[in-house]
Write a protein that binds this ligand. Structure first.
Ligand SMILES: Cc1cc2nc3c(=O)[nH]c(=O)nc-3n(C[C@H](O)[C@H](O)[C@H](O)COP(=O)(O)O)c2cc1C
Ligand code: SF4
Length: 363
């Protein structure tokens, strides 16, 4: 398993732990993954919801909580820490600024196309900027725009395929059908990005995720050209994951059939574990909404069926009457809660077993 290079940053273990909101991946999980040589990622979406007065001062609370979590992660680890920010949140710029001011190692931006280079991303900053997209076309669009406007390009790109947990960059029917394969999107992206690698004389890693759960999955996608992987679902059932025990048990007890897709007020489909709350929204039932802060640019609370921020936060706290958990297609494989260290050791073993199996076949 080769270390991954992102510009001048060397990631000893080519695994990025996907940022998971609301309040699923905070400093606990991120620092544990960073300590194992991967990139540990704090999710910034709704991070301030545990702060007092969040509803009145949501922007301030989000900023305060993000600073706290970054600093806590730094105290627990000397490894690589990242922040995940969704472009769809109304305080995207604020959170980005905080992350840069805190000199975060990596920023991963999803749920939108960051066509504009952040103003804080000065030439001399060490922070690596990585868009997360779902197609080679979207990756090319961002890279071409940056190249034309700024004569530079993002440091890497994350490709998230249709099997991922959380919000998806695919139509519902495409996320359900098995027609779109992550490996073909990865191959196309590697081809598109190759042009910019040549133009700037740099390496730009393509990092792949969505349904990457075992070391074998990792081996297969890296054989298709990915330089690293992003994994969210697999890290939920770890001791260090910052979410409630009930949330982790929900993963352990779910079956493959329980994993379903909803329409999220973000304006994208979202993969979740079903429960009564999910069934009710799928049947069209309106849930009470008290939108005292407008956390999402794309959510019209007057028309929304439910408040996604509250629903995800409630689940994170263990309240599944008023919420549900996001989860990837492979969540049903979880069978117990173990440490991040053990999880990574299993992934490495699975990876090497697959490598050995293929080498033996070739001999
Ligand atoms: C519980 C959960 C919450 C997530 N929250 C976010 C988020 O806030 N922002 C984001 O960009 N991606 C989010 N994701 C996606 C992950 O960052 C990652 O890309 C994805 O989990 C990879 O697919 P996998 O779940 O199959 O490993 C979430 C995923 C899960 C499972
Ligand atoms: S209703 Fe929509 S915009 Fe308002 S808090 Fe909930 S998710 Fe955010």
């Amino acid at each position: 398993m080769k270390a991954m290079k992102i510009g001048n940053l060397t990631v000893p273990l080519p695994i990025i732990q996907g940022g998971m909101g609301v309040c699923v991946s905070l400093s606990g999980l991120a620092s544990a993954v960073a300590n194992e040589g991967g990139i540990g990622v704090i999710s910034a979406v709704g991070i301030g919801m545990t702060e007092p007065n969040y509803k009145k001062h949501f922007r301030e609370s989000n900023k305060i909580a993000l600073i706290k979590e970054i600093r806590k992660a730094r105290l627990k680890s000397k490894g690589i820490i990242g922040v995940n920010i969704m472009m769809a949140v109304s305080d995207y710029e604020d959170l980005l600024k905080v992350a840069f001011e805190e000199k975060i190692d990596v920023v991963i931006v999803g749920a939108g196309l960051p066509l504009k280079k952040p103003t804080y991303l000065l030439e001399n900053t060490a922070t690596k900027f990585i868009p997360k997209v779902s197609s080679a076309r979207a990756a090319k669009l961002i890279f071409r725009r940056w190249s034309e406007q700024y004569n530079r390009v993002p440091d890497a790109v994350v490709i998230e395929g249709p099997l991922a947990g959380g919000h998806l960059g695919f139509k519902k029917e495409d996320a359900i059908s098995s027609e779109i394969s992550l490996s073909s999107i990865v191959k196309d992206t590697v081809n598109e990005i190759g042009y910019f690698e040549q133009k700037y004389g740099i390496e730009i890693p393509v990092i792949a995720g969505g349904g990457i759960y075992t070391g074998k999955d990792m081996f297969d996608i890296m054989s298709a050209g990915a330089k690293g992987v992003i994994m969210g679902t697999r890290f939920v059932t770890t001791n260090e994951c910052d979410v409630s025990e009930k949330f982790k048990q929900n993963y352990i007890s779910c079956s493959q059939e329980d994993i379903t897709i909803i329409d999220s007020p973000v304006g994208l489909p979202g993969r979740v574990i079903t429960n009564d709350f999910v069934k009710e929204i799928q049947q069209g039932k309106q849930k009470p909404i008290n939108c005292s802060w407008k956390c999402l640019k794309t959510c019209d609370y007057k028309k929304s069926q439910f408040c996604i921020a509250e629903a995800l936060f409630n689940a994170a706290q263990g309240d599944f009457t008023n919420g549900f958990s996001f989860a990837g297609t492979k969540a049903y494989l979880a069978d117990k809660i173990i440490s991040v260290k053990e999880t990574i050791s299993h992934i490495k073993n699975e990876y090497f077993q697959e490598q050995l199996r293929l080498e033996t076949i070739r001999i």
